[in-house]
Design a protein around this ligand. Sequence first.
Ligand code: 0QS
Length: 331
Amino acid sequence: DTGSAAATPIDPRFDIAYVTPVTIGTPPQTLQLDLDTGSSDLWVFSSHTPASQVRGQRIYAPDKSTTSKLLNGHTWSITYGDGSGSRGNVYTDKFTIGGVTVKSQAIETAQQVSSSFTTEDAIDGLVGLGFSTLNTVSPNGQLTFFDNAKPNLDSPVFTADLKYMKPGTYDFGFIDKTKYTGEITYVPVETDPGYWTFTSSGYGVGSGTFSSSPITGIADTGTSLVYLPTAIVTAYYRQVQGATNSRSYGGYVFPCNSTLPAFVFGVGEAKFTIPPSYMSYAAVTDGSPTCFGGLQSSSGIGVNIWGDVALKAAFVVFNGEEPPTIGWANK
Ligand SMILES: CC(C)(C)S(=O)(=O)N[C@@H](Cc1ccccc1)C(=O)N[C@@H](Cc1c[nH]c[nH+]1)C(=O)N[C@@H](CC1CCCCC1)C(O)(O)C(F)(F)C(=O)NCCN1CCOCC1
């Protein structure tokens, strides 16, 4: 098998997240889900989600699918880094992304979602593409879509080609040579505790010198921004006129008309440049002259996160061979 599906920004003004169309059940029910390498639960808004918590999202109704089966006695509950969360019960059903079908995928149906999910009408749920060890289903953990699909994929990989303010693609089972330039640099992945954890070889601010120092972090399609050690973040914002670390806004902000340097990060011998446009995430509120930075400190998180702001600057191969590796190429 091979497949390809669009990753479309949910907001035309700035890249907060990307959604991908999937189909569930028989006849197929289409939902727009956020493919997230930072978690490993596939959960959806459903006919079990209280109407008061559903505001425009599409839902999966297992009772309308002839192939759905309740996974008796199984429940799930997940909390994300931004404090949002959801919980519910579990079905298995036919699940397809971009033409790749898993006949019996664990579909976690939400019986409760936190308010930030209710208010985000563009996201109907998540497809966790982290390692299955992170799956929260109890009493028996379930496999991710990728782990279920892998044996039937031409190659045990999926790739992310996210783009700045326009649709990109997720490919499954093959590496599309037309999507990158030069070589793909592969580095080892640490699978404990279950993220795509790798070590970057260093960073540079604008045209400044490149600092070769290992930065271990996770490649996370479900996180909008880049979160790195404070020393790196302060070195970056030192080059930005009027930048301050705002307690009220919860991070580094600067005047939207400030000139921003690019941010360079290394993977092995390769270098990747996040252009200044990606480094200004968004105005803190609509129309404000103050902008929120795409690079923030990881000190409050406990892990460095290479989120969408970094992933957009590259073509990334999530290689599920044993042992897993991650590949980065320019594009
Ligand atoms: C707008 C913003 C200020 C840049 S934001 O930070 O709010 N953006 C959110 C994403 C978002 C999209 C759409 C609407 C609203 C919010 C964001 O970047 N959230 C990160 C922030 C973060 C990470 N760490 C600390 N803070 C996050 O929680 N990302 C998770 C997926 C998100 C959750 C909210 C909905 C969209 C998808 C994540 O899965 O990528 C994760 F890795 F960060 C995470 O929390 N993984 C859960 C890991 N657990 C470990 C235990 O076992 C179960 C799984």
